[in-house]
Design a protein around this ligand. Structure first.
Ligand code: PDD
Length: 289
């Protein structure tokens, strides 16, 4: 497998990361996950813009211009023969010896970029059947809008869900639903799509944004506002969204069955609208329903 380290594509086994890299020691860095369909990146500019925005929010300089980065990632996908898959990229603040929380003024303010690419087919059965979710308190920090590689709060929640045999953990702060451990959450009530507003308490998912725009254009009313755990459990439909999960139905939250326990009509429509966006940008794929 070939990976990207700064601007070089090299064999994965040949890569050595310095133990005093601030990403390794402090989780000091930002990342993105971008999906490819039919050899084409989907919403690439949106992901790359968010990467630069996340970096700017922590005063980290990405060492490449966006078009250079695009070429490097395209080359990485091609060299690994990826057709439908994921590209993971991260930029850390780099090596600092000795370890010090303070970022010195004369620090070489250029991050270290690494990226990998893997073939990952669409999980079409999951997109139809969905799964269960648990709820969990959102114990993360207050800058969830930054796609930081520091993900302890997220992984603890995800792991709790996994141990409970659930697909995701839907997080809440004092009873107000925010998002999930690695995805955004939407509910449907009386035909209206509801999701938390894009503020500091959630990551403004690219999938979320595509769904909101496509739903509005497709005649589905959308409201970006707070909703409670009670509203979540009493919703007609619940679904989660992310680059890899697309639009995945949630059929049960804790002990509450949602709707009739299977994918609802608005969730189906949201996914169809989302798929239409993929097809428009990356070409047709065969979909099993
Ligand atoms: N996760 N919220 C959180 C906390 C996330 O980690 C993600 C994505 C999302 C959805 O964002 P997007 O639609 O841009 O993928 C929301 C990625 C896929 C991950 O960490 O693997």
């Amino acid at each position: 497998m070939k990976v990207l380290v700064n601007d070089k594509i090299v064999e994965r086994e040949s890569v050595a990361i310095d133990m005093e890299d601030r990403g390794y020691q402090f989780g000091d860095g930002v990342y993105e996950v971008v999906r490819l369909y039919n050899d084409q990146f989907f919403t690439f500019d949106e992901h790359i813009n968010r990467l630069y925005e996340s970096a700017a929010k922590i005063d980290l300089v990405i060492p490449y211009a966006k078009d250079v980065l695009r070429n490097l990632l395209q080359k990485l996908a091609k060299e690994n023969n990826i057709h439908t898959g994921n590209v993971y990229l991260q930029v850390t603040r780099g090596i600092q010896i000795p370890r010090n929380h303070i970022i010195p003024d004369d620090f070489p303010l250029e991050g270290i970029l690494t990226a990998s690419a893997r073939e990952v087919p669409r999980n079409e059965a999951l997109f139809v059947e969905g799964g269960r979710a648990i709820t969990d308190e959102d114990i993360r920090w207050l800058r969830c809008d930054i796609k930081s590689i520091s993900l302890l709060g997220n992984i603890l929640a995800k792991n709790k869900a996994h141990r409970a045999g659930a697909l995701e953990a839907i997080l809440h702060r004092g009873g107000t639903v925010t998002e999930c451990s690695a995805s955004n959450v939407f509910i449907v009530k009386d035909g209206v799509l509801l999701t938390h507003a894009a503020d500091n308490l959630i990551l403004n998912g690219i999938t979320r944004q595509v769904i909101i725009d496509a739903a509005k254009k497709g005649g589905v009313p959308v409201e970006e506002r707070d909703f409670s755990l009670e509203e979540l459990k009493a919703a007609d439909e619940v679904f989660i969204s992310s680059t890899t999960l697309e639009v995945t139905p949630i059929t049960q939250v804790d002990d509450s069955v949602i709707g009739n326990g299977s994918r609802g009509p608005v969730t189906k429509k949201a996914h169809e609208l989302f798929e239409a966006e993929i097809v428009a940008s990356c070409g047709e794929f065969v979909t099993v329903r």
